[in-house]
Write a protein that binds this ligand. Structure first.
Ligand code: TMP
Length: 395
């Protein structure tokens, strides 16, 4: 065997597939969520890959612009890349609702987006958007070279990475740069944030594995930046192997950190499953104890991550009255697998709620600031990252 299973998160539904009505539960798609590491490359991937068409289609609900944190992040990233590279041609892969793309002139920026609802938005804003998955066929259709290619939280979705990097090779200009941002395996293990794992995240990357993949397509990693975004991501800069870009010190530094932390081998990751299982038991016990004490409990943020947590830990409508979320396409629906109703939260957490699980723990700062009244009246946020803990008013 060329790979080894490192974690089993049980039976899981499509993390972003919210049910419009409970009658849809009869035909809901489930699969077994196991995670493996490839021995040769250190690439961490899902054992069972869910067909992309089941996840990324015209019903896709995740909006990049859904939080202030992400809007600011994409604007700042575009400004930074513009200052550093002043690109005359930009391609975004996985442009969602245009949160990054909007920061570039329509005359220089194109994009590729498989979800028709989003491709329509950016096309109508004047950006040439191909409504396709990223692969060699799509690259041929673009028929152009780009000085900057950007892709956030998209490469980790792509099943055939050899094809995806091969496609990059064919459209990246000779001294161009590919910048990808994806959840960091190192941070996930460090923070025990196992809920980064769900159907869309076919891979959780180490820089070690990315560099091996890039090299096998005649590319190489030239720089790495750690980001707090999405609970801990890496921004990885990649160029042609023979480009004039120097390989920055940050690459060797990150490779060293990953080696020391053991995230590049099954042996190094041997404690992860035990830590995850301990987190599950602690969270389960805590939420049941709160319920027994008569608390009114909700979840904050109908995230893909919370789909993994609720289905893995067996937390459903017996614990949560509902989930609140600002995303219009999620409101009025039911969470995947556990079928917890999702409601609007424009006026904040209702007065009678005493406990709120942070489904969107990666936006802890933004949410805690926004919901200060909840905390001031004695409300408690619960998160499981990096360990199961309470967030209370400190005043
Ligand atoms: P993500 O963790 O996958 O980025 O999803 C965040 C979800 O949380 C998204 O559905 C929007 C929701 N959300 C709120 O409802 N209110 C908030 O204040 C924030 C920051 C996010």
């Amino acid at each position: 065997m060329n790979s080894e299973i490192i974690l089993d998160l049980g039976r899981q539904p499509i993390a972003n597939k919210f049910l419009t009505s409970l009658s849809e539960s009869d035909s809901e798609y489930f699969y077994r969520l196991k995670v493996l590491i490839e021995r040769n490359t250190g690439l961490v991937s899902l054992k069972t890959l869910v067909p992309p068409e089941k996840m990324f289609n015209d019903d896709y609900v995740y909006h990049s612009s859904g939080s202030q944190t992400m809007r600011k992040h994409f604007k700042a990233t575009a400004e930074k890349l513009n200052i550093e590279y002043a690109p005359q041609s930009v391609l975004e892969i996985g442009s969602n609702d245009g949160a990054f793309l909007k920061n570039w002139n329509t005359s220089i920026a194109d994009s590729v987006e498989p979800c028709g609802n989003f491709a329509q938005i950016t096309n109508s804003l004047g950006y040439r958007t191909l409504n396709s998955f990223w692969n060699q066929t799509t690259a041929k259709e673009l028929d152009k070279k780009y000085e900057l290619i950007y892709s956030a939280n998209c490469f980790c979705h792509i099943h055939d990475l050899h094809d995806a990097f091969g496609a990059i090779k064919s459209v990246l200009s000779s001294n161009g740069v590919l910048v990808i941002e994806d959840p960091s395996l190192n941070k996930m293990v460090e923070r025990n944030s196992y809920d980064q794992i769900y159907d869309e995240h076919a891979h959780i990357f180490s820089v070690y594995a990315l560099d091996k993949l890039a090299r096998s397509s005649g590319l190489r990693v030239i720089r790495v930046e750690e980001l707090d975004i999405h609970g801990g991501s890496n921004r990885v800069y990649i160029s042609h192997a023979d480009s004039s870009h120097k390989v920055s010190f940050s690459v060797g530094r990150m490779l060293h950190i990953e080696k020391v932390n053991g995230v590049t081998s099954a042996a190094g990751l041997s404690n992860f499953e035990e830590n995850v299982s301990r987190s599950k038991k602690t969270l389960y016990d805590k939420m049941h104890e709160f319920k027994k004490q008569g608390h009114k409990i909700i979840s904050y943020g109908a995230t893909s991550k919370s789909t993994t947590v609720f289905n893995y830990c067996g937390l459903g409508t017996d614990i949560f009255d509902y989930i609140i979320d600002v995303t219009p396409n999620k409101i009025g629906k039911y969470s995947p697998g556990m079928h917890i109703p999702v409601t609007n939260c424009s006026s904040g957490i209702p007065e009678d709620v005493t406990i709120a699980f942070l489904g969107a723990w990666n936006f802890e700062k933004e949410i805690v600031a926004k919901e200060s009244k909840f905390l001031e009246r004695g409300g408690i946020f619960i998160t499981h990252v990096p360990e199961v803990r309470e967030i209370k008013c400190t005043k």
